[in-house]
Ligand binder design. Structure first.
Ligand code: CO
Length: 137
């Protein structure tokens, strides 16, 4: 059902500062992208095995605002699993009693693919994203 870990997202208070910290470690960091419809600015760090996303709040109604209030210095925000068929996963999650966030409908995520999120309390304190990716890379 789960193909691989697609990305791990780290919420940061200052995207430029965070990018600079990783560049100092020799990591290539993409230019920041504004995603107003998701209320975030993001930069990507590509590794052989997965991506890291640095996520900064954008606007007052950002979905990561509450997280940043609790974790002003930043923190691990979510892990994303890549799956083949999101509908199947959503059904399994619901049958397992896990809470799919929002309306429960799949949404188009930051990478243009359908995603759903499961409430962190249902997966050991970690907000978990499932992203449908059409083909294995
Ligand atoms: Co994500």
């Amino acid at each position: 059902m789960i193909r691989r870990v697609n990305h791990i997202a780290i919420a940061v208070p200052d995207l430029e500062l965070a990018s600079e910290s990783y560049r100092r470690l020799g990591v290539e960091v993409s230019e920041p992208q504004e995603l107003p419809e998701h209320g975030v600015r993001v930069s990507f760090l590509e590794f052989d095995n997965l991506k890291l996303e640095l996520v900064e709040a954008l606007g007052d109604a950002s979905p990561i605002q509450r997280f940043m209030e609790k974790n002003p210095g930043g923190g691990m925000h979510h892990v994303c699993f890549e799956v083949e068929a999101l509908d199947t996963v959503a059904t399994t999650l619901r049958e397992s009693g896990m809470r799919v966030l929002g309306s429960g409908e799949t949404k188009i995520g930051a990478h243009g693919n359908p995603v759903i999120f499961v409430h962190p309390a249902d997966l050991f304190g970690v907000l978990t994203e499932f992203e449908e990716v059409a083909e294995a890379r």
